[in-house]
Design a protein around this ligand. Structure first.
Ligand code: C2E
Ligand code: MG
Ligand code: MG
Ligand code: MG
Length: 285
């Protein structure tokens, strides 16, 4: 009897594993379809505002990818980015996100709002030979001004293929496109990188922003990072600002820009435009 139960257990476990593998495979096939050039719009981009930490003025927005899945509803990046990265779909996904971000920034401009738009690049995108031609095409067509576009990379993405990654970043920077180091302080931040990276912005990771009010050591690290950023001619962005106390603390410590739920969650393009409109109405009062 014991053996029977154990056997059943193993079989049930196998079946569970089977199901997981099958689901992942299905998700991958569906992602391929969603990324096909003439697929209906399933891969969408939400925007989260970035505001001047002192004046509250909206200065930019980060593009964050979402998958409007026909069966599973709205999926967040943690559900499908790994899959895309593993199976070489990241360049196609980034192409989508870049074009959506640029199209939205054009909409904002038509409404009289000049905002920078930030797009995240994964490690494999940075060394993808199609990246620069895509950016060049957007710039040449006048779809966006180089100083309105920001690309976000993490420190860790610079570790693999260092030379290639650095060459790509330099090429991007030569075009006048901004470069942000995302989740700054959580990777293997090497200070010698700061000497050679053509970055225009550092984005301190949310883990610092959430602790900065209570923890003096964290506050010291943020203040030091602000000093470093400013001396090297870069802006400092605090990500994950969730309450007023955190906003006040990060700006006292030298953060220039704040991004987080306090200001707004990432919003679908129509909701983001409404949010921009409300901000302007409030500013006029
Ligand atoms: P990230 O680039 O560091 O983006 C910030 C993440 O923090 C977003 O999660 C955002 O919704 C979340 N966030 C912003 N403010 C707050 C806050 O106040 N509190 C909390 N708890 N969270 C906040 P999201 O959209 O789920 O994206 C997760 C990650 O997925 C991003 O982290 C980025 O690394 C990656 N990602 C998103 N879109 C893209 C994309 O188009 N391409 C690539 N390569 N990666 C992307
Ligand atoms: Mg980012
Ligand atoms: Mg980040
Ligand atoms: Mg982060």
């Amino acid at each position: 009897y014991q053996a029977k139960v154990a056997g059943l257990g193993v079989r049930a476990y196998d079946r569970g594993l089977d199901t997981a593998v099958r689901e992942r495979r299905q998700l991958l096939e569906e992602l391929r379809v969603a990324l096909h050039p003439d697929a209906p719009e399933q891969i969408v981009v939400h925007f989260q505002p970035q505001v001047d930490a002192w004046s509250g003025e909206v200065v930019g927005a980060e593009a964050l990818v979402r998958w409007q899945h026909p069966r599973l509803g709205l999926l967040y990046p943690d559900r499908f980015l790994d899959l895309a990265e593993e199976h070489g779909l990241m360049p196609a996904l980034t192409h989508r996100v870049l074009h959506s971000a640029v199209a939205s920034s054009r909409d904002w401009r038509e409404e009289g709002r000049e905002l920078r738009v930030s797009v995240n690049l994964s490690p494999s995108c940075l060394t993808d030979p199609r990246l620069l031609p895509t950016i060049d095409a957007l710039l040449l067509d006048g779809e966006i001004r180089p100083d309105e576009l920001m690309l976000e990379v993490t420190e860790t993405s610079l570790m693999t293929n260092q030379d290639e990654a650095l060459a790509a970043l330099r090429a991007i920077s030569r075009r006048g496109v901004g470069l942000s180091i995302d989740d700054y302080g959580t990777g293997f931040s090497s200070l010698s990188y700061m000497n050679i990276l053509p970055a225009t912005e550092l984005k301190i990771d949310r883990s610092f922003t959430v602790r900065v009010v209570e923890d003096e050591r964290t506050a010291a690290i943020v203040a030091g990072t602000a000093e470093l950023a400013h001396r090297l001619g870069m802006r400092l962005v605090a990500e994950g600002t969730e309450d007023v106390a955190a906003l006040h603390r990060v700006r006292e410590l030298g953060c220039d820009i704040s991004q987080g739920y306090l200001h707004s969650r990432p919003l679908a393009p129509p909701a983001f435009r409404e949010w921009l409109g409300r901000q302007r109405a409030e500013a006029a009062v």
